[in-house]
Design a binder for this molecule. Structure first.
Ligand code: ADP
Ligand code: MG
Length: 840
């Protein structure tokens, strides 16, 4: 027989039914309670004691609770683990309630909408996606800063790339996902998936200039946010359209293998380009820097503006130091603005606002002193919002705390009524002092004093030994161990005036504070605007700091150029990690006829590092930063495609080779003449001939049909003869020094193909047994006798061991050719012979 459900439980169940995917925190007295599965699960996650309601009944209800004052901590824990939380509060005064107290959900907190707990220097983006037949749209919003953007994409892998680069934790889906899509989002990207199929026509933001699909996805996102937040969203900025193709395109695998903003080991910032370039001083700047790195530019003018300002900052050392000092005083204006809009701003937040804004005029002055026309666009946008500073400075006390109910917030002189209360309080204090002195004299009790506490109010403190001198008109208030507390009529009168003044002044301060808060709302968009300029300045000063410290130079970009001329370039991050002395600089040269470099060289010689060096240099140049090189002339690229390493198996269930091939396919189908392709050991994931055949066919295809700049590192030695048929392909190799059977990697990229595989030598360095190595040598010789497509191997012959080493043999031949025997002395001839022997 079903048990009768209490009205309280019925109310709980009614509310819970609307929030099946969230932990429901149900306010009861001083606790938030969880029931049923919520209680069981939360007890485990939060380490709460699991109890039950109706313990003795047949079906006790599992229950767990958290004290209301500590609820935020528990919510944060749940959110940080990717859960949703719905908070049901009492929405009427329990004393006035007839029957059961009314309760309702007042906010739903989700990983993508949490604004309180996330890291200061990171955005917390909530993403929404939607779809029509063959088009995707994606919108994203950071509720803590108000940023709101939307774009269209042609395929789901593009969607995945965007979501990953935004580092979102929750995705709102506007359509029913396929099971593969759901798996990728939830398992690969570790996202909480929330459905939002319908949408309200948003009144908050006008969605003109968007496509119908963009409009729809932005609206669904907004609807979701409105329904979960149930509070003012006036700081959410007007949705802004962006196009992926307006930026240097890189897919998720590329960004992740280049370790732009997250390292591969743990997904953290350390050891990434973001880490290297970050000398920002404000949280806004840090966030913007990450966004810049995620989206390098492709328009020469925009890139040049950033680089130009970086140069100006380098040239103005003292002004830059002043700028840095001022930036250090600027708090997170974007987050402060959103706290105002959410009605969460406390007095300290206003002090931080005004403090931050007070630096804006000096920043303006510093820029003006540099006297550079290109800075004026930024200078003009530096709005100090004097009206807001004036408001805050007149209203909020410097000593104000976080609490808003205890008074001590509003400055004297701001409100006449408040001033009279304060006067009364002050008078009261002097009345009390006078009464204390009078009574002390009249009674002759030298230790008599007036004290105050919450329970007894004001009282005369009399010690045990003086009790006999207590006068008639005192009445006892409390008895303690060694003393007694007395009141008097006069004291009560003063007390009443004071308590009333105190209560009224606190209440008035509270109201005045709320008024200041709502007055501040009108400045939110101006605050966001000035925050953007500050963030930009911060990024640019960071570029100049790093460039100066590390000796980077300004790259010369040729928007439609074909040539690449990088002299003594370095891999910025590897150099920073290993130290500038250790890193061997390399030239990267593509003349006008060259599109493809085929890179050979032993394992661990530096092929991958060289290729990444190029990609990083391109990215640094296109975010407007300086680059590690002596000369850097390069075109502006529209996209970077990579196939590096064998990890990041993004689409579940696909084999490594499948991933390899689909990444190669993406490059081949999407790259243009202006793209950069990096293929690192393509074909490795399958059988030798199979892989080599594919590698060669891909190179030929890129050569003939795409003409993108391509770096192709390979261990297929046979491919080095391709330069004979493919005019735009050149061979380079990583030079090695071989001495007495030992190999030293010079990490130096040199023209021409590598002459042989040094695998066995590497094995020797690694300490493999001599016998094994000898055996490997014999096997190698046998294998190399096998005729393969490449010519070089055809004429390989053990008899001709003199010419085993291409580099040496050509050097010897060159030397022989160049010598003129006729005018040589005997001694010179002998020396010459000696040199030849050396070369051998
Ligand atoms: P490969 O791809 O040829 O196997 P890597 O590029 O992975 O080799 O480089 C192997 C190691 O060699 C790197 O971890 C790095 O320590 C070192 N290295 C590579 N390039 C350089 C360089 N230019 N200068 C100094 N050390 C380098
Ligand atoms: Mg490698």
């Amino acid at each position: 027989m079903p048990e009768k459900i209490s009205p309280g439980m019925q109310q709980y169940l009614d509310i819970k039914k609307d929030y099946p995917d969230a932990f429901l925190l149900f306010r009861m007295g001083d606790f938030y309670e969880l029931f049923y599965d919520d209680a069981v699960n939360a007890a485990q996650i939060l380490e709460l004691t699991l109890t039950s309601r109706n313990k003795n009944s047949e079906h006790p209800v599992p229950m767990a609770g958290v004290p209301h004052h500590a609820v935020q901590d528990y919510i944060d824990q749940l959110i940080s683990q990717g859960y949703k939380v719905a908070v049901a509060d009492q929405i009427e005064d329990p004393k006035k309630a007839v029957g059961i107290v009314k309760r309702a959900v007042t906010q739903v907190i989700t990983p993508g909408t949490a604004v309180d707990f996330s890291d200061r220097s990171e955005n917390n983006f909530l993403v929404a996606i939607d779809q029509t037949k063959n088009q995707f749209a994606l919108a994203y919003m950071d509720l803590s800063t108000g940023e709101f953007k939307v774009t269209e994409l042609t395929d789901f892998s593009g969607v995945v790339g965007e979501i990953a680069s935004l580092k979102a934790r929750e995705v709102v889906v506007g359509y029913t996902l396929t099971s593969t899509q759901a798996r990728v989002l939830s398992q690969q990207l570790n996202l909480l998936i929330s459905e939002q199929l319908d949408c309200e026509i948003p009144t908050l933001i006008h969605l003109s200039a968007l496509t119908a699909l963009e409009n729809q996805v932005a609206s669904k996102l907004l609807t979701y946010v409105k329904r979960t937040q149930m509070r003012d969203l006036s700081h959410v900025q007007e949705v802004e359209h962006y196009a992926i193709k307006d930026f240097l395109q890189m897919d998720f695998a590329t960004k992740s293998s280049l370790e732009l903003t997250a390292n591969k080991r743990e997904g953290k910032k350390h050891g990434t380009l973001y880490w290297l370039l970050d000398a920002t001083k404000t949280a806004m700047g840090t966030r913007m820097l990450r966004a810049w790195i995620e989206r390098p530019l492709i328009h020469a003018e925009a890139i040049n503006t950033r680089a130009e300002i970086t140069q100006i900052f380098i040239d103005h050392f003292f002004e830059r130091s002043d700028l840095i000092e001022s930036l250090k005083g600027v708090y997170d204006l974007e987050r402060l603005a959103s706290r105002v809009s959410f009605g969460k701003a406390v007095p300290v937040d206003f002090l931080q606002l005004s403090h931050s804004l007070s630096h804006v005029p000096s920043i303006r002055k510093i820029l003006e002193n540099m006297d550079q026309p290109i800075l004026s666009a930024l200078t003009e946008r530096l709005d100090a919002i004097p009206e807001l500073t004036a408001l805050i400075d007149s209203a909020i006390q410097e000593s104000a705390a976080r609490t808003i109910t205890e008074g001590g917030i509003i400055k004297t002189g701001y409100n006449a009524q408040l001033d009279t209360y304060r006067e009364a309080l002050e008078n009261g204090s002097s009345w009390i002092a006078k009464l204390e002195a009078d009574e002390k004299e009249k009674t002759g009790i030298s230790t008599l004093r007036i004290d105050y506490n919450r329970k007894d109010g004001y009282y005369f403190h009399i010690t045990q030994s003086q009790l006999s001198s207590v006068p008639e008109h005192f009445f006892r208030k409390a008895t303690l161990k060694n003393s007694e507390r007395y009141g008097s009529k006069e004291l009560s009168e003063i007390e009443e005036i004071m308590l009333e003044a105190k209560e009224k002044s606190s209440a008035l301060e509270y109201d005045l504070f709320l008024a200041v808060r709502s007055q501040t709302e009108q400045y939110i968009s101006r605050l966001q605007a000035v925050a953007k300029v500050i963030a930009e300045l911060d990024c640019l000063q960071s570029f100049s700091e790093i460039a100066e410290k590390k000796g980077y130079i300004r790259p010369k970009l040729t928007p439609n150029g074909q040539e690449v001329n990088i002299k003594n370039g370095r891999h910025a991050v590897v150099e920073a990690v290993m130290g500038a002395q250790e890193y061997v600089p390399n030239d990267i040269i593509f003349d006008e006829k060259t599109n493809i470099q085929l890179i050979t060289g032993p394992n661990m010689s530096g092929k991958s590092t060289y290729m990444r060096q190029f990609a990083l240099t391109v990215i640094m140049a296109q975010i407007g930063a300086f680059v590690p090189a002596e000369i850097a002339e390069l075109p502006i690229f529209d996209a970077i495609f990579t196939r590096i390493g064998a990890s990041d198996n993004l689409i579940a269930g696909e084999s490594t080779f499948m991933v390899e091939m689909s990444e190669a396919n993406r490059a081949i189908t999407q790259a243009t003449k202006h793209s950069l392709i990096i293929f690192d050991e393509l074909g490795r994931g399958t059988a030798t001939y199979d892989g080599m055949a594919l590698a060669q066919a891909i190179i030929e295809f890129v050569h003939d049909h795409i003409q993108a700049k391509t770096l192709f590192a390979t261990h297929y030695h046979e491919l080095t003869t391709l330069d004979q048929e493919l005019s735009a392909l050149t061979n380079v190799h990583v030079a090695t020094l071989e001495e007495k059977g030992n190999v030293t990697f010079l990490h130096k990229i040199t023209a021409g193909p590598a002459d042989k595989s040094y695998g066995i030598h590497v094995a020797k360095i690694a300490g493999l047994p001599e016998k094994l190595l000898e055996r490997a040598d014999i096997i190698l010789q046998k294998l190399e006798n096998r005729p393969v497509s490449a010519k070089k191997l055809d004429n390989h012959d053990e008899q001709l061991s003199l010419f085993d080493f291409d580099e040496n043999s050509t050097a010897i031949v060159e030397k022989l050719k160049s010598v003129n025997m006729d005018n040589m002395t005997a001694r010179e001839a002998l020396n010459f012979l000696w040199d030849l022997k050396e070369l051998l």
